[in-house]
Design a protein around this ligand. Sequence first.
Ligand SMILES: Cc1cc2nc3c(=O)[nH]c(=O)nc-3n(C[C@H](O)[C@H](O)[C@H](O)COP(=O)(O)O)c2cc1C
Length: 310
Amino acid sequence: MNADSRTTLLAAPLQGFTDAAWRNAHAAVFGGVEAYLAPFMRVEHGTVRRRDVADVTRTPGMAPTMPQILASPPAEAVLMATTLRAMGHTLVDINLGCPHPPVARKGRGSGMLAHPERLGEMCRALAEVDGVTYTVKMRLGFDSPTQWRQALPLLECLHPRHITVHPRTASQLYRGELLIDEFEALLAATAVPIVFNGELRTAGQVAALLDRYPRLTGVMVGRGLVAHPAMLTPEKCDSAHFAQFHKALLEGESKRLTGGEHQLLQHMQALWAMMLPDADKRLRRQVAKARCMAQYQAAVGELIARITLP
Ligand SMILES: Cc1cc2nc3c(=O)[nH]c(=O)nc-3n(C[C@H](O)[C@H](O)[C@H](O)COP(=O)(O)O)c2cc1C
């Protein structure tokens, strides 16, 4: 898709789906986005999780990747930012959107939007980390769609390169109406570049949104791109590209998931539960029910062979 050159197209992070194997395979075969956000990194028992570090370790040929840290108490946030800086990352996204109750109830992720004093402390601590520029990914609020009003001035002090807004509260999780009036109020209230995220499923919807809000810096697409990997590059929506993508993805995931065939199969089946929802129902069922990789490969092969341009 030809977005205006002023606008940025970004791939959203989906924990459990858009890991490095997915991002690298997508960038190599479909592309169409400027960068991929990695799912959020977190601190457990005082250290950064090893698999989160592995996921954003720079490798030759890696997709353009922006690591993300979960909004957390200052010491944890700084530990993640300095770890990433030491790995060579100079742009780090801060997750103020995760609505998952065990995370948010502890004031992390979207939960921090309900505690401006904690958000201020984290921002002040992160500003002290040398050599890192930030972006932010946030909801409008935790339990009220106006909580962004307290958060915005605190975030502005970090001079973020942009703020991505998913116009929902955490209480809405990933469903329900987008709160467009509040989003528009936010857009009018700041000079920080704003990226829109939420419910974009086609290249046409992306173009229409960018037309509607010339003030936007870009858009970020999540579930739409996982469901339709060729969403932003419709000219590549054919069997050959999907076969190449699937092969690269399977290779990448089999290196990461070392727990054997069953683990790999389960991961791929979870992905297919989201991917190509309009493909042949019988073949989708066969993929979902495959008991071994041979059955899986046969069903996927047939499904991919039937892909036609939309
Ligand atoms: C399964 C799942 C995992 C997600 N993981 C993350 C994450 O790690 N970091 C983040 O900022 N957002 C995460 N999100 C939110 C998405 O990045 C995105 O904001 C949301 O899905 C709305 O955009 P969409 O309608 O384009 O999917 C996740 C969403 C889902 C459904």
